[in-house]
Write a protein that binds this ligand. Structure first.
Ligand code: FES
Ligand code: FES
Length: 169
């Protein structure tokens, strides 16, 4: 019988405690034990970006992280990020620009995009493409995804500028 290890962590603002096999990946724990299926599984070797989630605020590959490594940590999945409203503008931009077709890559794309945009400012298209270099999309050709991220960056930068202006009034 496989030995099970108790772990306790916070997932999307909820405390969870469960028993897992030491070899269980974070993405399998999220999808199969917690039924959070928004994050996907593609290559299972850190190449496609379908499984990206936030671990203590940093984007990690759920397929390369063991569930036992996350005990005591905070995990946010695409469900949590989406539910927080923090990426509503990014999701709207993806929708408006048709930046997805099958949608398999989209949760990972949104994770990467949000991490890039959190740095502030408006990244160049080259920077956006560079940031997306670990996210595979087999459908869109990337152009629309880059457009959506660039649009969101411009909107956020304009908002920051408008708020800074309002502070001086
Ligand atoms: S499934 Fe994790 S990077 Fe592809
Ligand atoms: S929209 Fe299908 S893989 Fe990206």
């Amino acid at each position: 019988m496989n030995k099970q290890v108790p772990i306790s962590l916070t997932v999307n603002d909820e405390q969870v405690t469960l028993l897992v096999e030491p070899r269980l990946s974070l993405i399998d724990m999220l999808r199969h034990h917690l039924h959070l299926t928004g994050s996907h599984v593609g290559c299972e070797m850190g190449a496609c970006g379908a499984c990206l989630v936030l671990l203590d605020g940093k984007v990690v590959h759920g397929c390369l992280t063991l569930a036992v490594q996350t005990s005591g940590c905070t995990v946010q999945t695409i469900e949590g990020l989406s539910g927080s409203g923090d990426i509503a503008d990014l999701q709207a931009a993806f929708h408006q620009r048709n930046a997805l077709q099958c949608g398999y890559c989209t949760p990972g794309m949104l994770m990467t995009a949000q991490e890039l945009l959190r740095k502030g400012g408006v990244p160049s298209r080259e920077d956006i493409r560079d940031a997306l270099s670990g996210n595979y999309c087999r459908c869109t050709g990337y152009e629309a995804i880059v457009d959506a991220i660039e649009t969101t960056a411009r909107q956020r930068a304009a908002l920051v500028q408008a708020m800074a202006g309002a502070d001086y009034e």
